[in-house]
Design a protein around this ligand. Structure first.
Ligand SMILES: Cc1cc2nc3c(=O)[nH]c(=O)nc-3n(C[C@H](O)[C@H](O)[C@H](O)COP(=O)(O)O)c2cc1C
Length: 113
């Protein structure tokens, strides 16, 4: 986890997290099938992971790696990975339960008849 924090300075919550989950994609697996949707697939997998963790009483933080080229390359090297590291998920037992920060703006949602 110390080395992940070196690669991505935005993962300092790993100092107190119980674990880090690195979600990776294999872009070449999808060639000729459904195109380059692997980032969306990883995003959906990550969101499911966050929701399940919340349901189990854990706290998480989604920390982006891909498409930042330097972070992606360094994370690949760190794990000797063939796949592309998309994100680090910090996971632990939460000490607080902050309420939503109020970014949702109903004005930005468009409805059509
Ligand atoms: C693609 C993506 C990358 C993110 N990367 C980071 C990150 O590197 N470090 C961090 O502290 N938060 C990161 N965040 C933000 C947190 O995961 C989280 O969404 C945010 O703290 C939630 O707070 P909010 O819902 O109150 O905005 C990222 C979020 C997304 C969706």
């Amino acid at each position: 986890m110390d080395r992940i924090m070196e690669v991505s300075p935005y993962t300092q919550m790993l100092k107190t997290a119980s674990m880090a989950i690195v979600v990776c994609g294999l872009p070449e697996v999808q060639e000729g099938r459904c195109g380059a949707f692997w980032p969306q697939d990883c995003g959906a997998a990550i969101e499911n992971l966050l929701l399940q963790a919340e349901d189990l009483g854990y706290g998480t933080c989604w920390c982006g790696i891909y498409p930042n080229e330097e972070r992606t390359a360094r994370m690949k090297e760190l794990f000797s990975a063939e796949s592309t590291p998309m994100a680090v998920i910090a996971l632990g037992v939460p000490e607080e339960e902050p309420s939503a920060r109020g970014y949702f703006d109903p004005e930005k949602v468009r409805y059509f008849d």
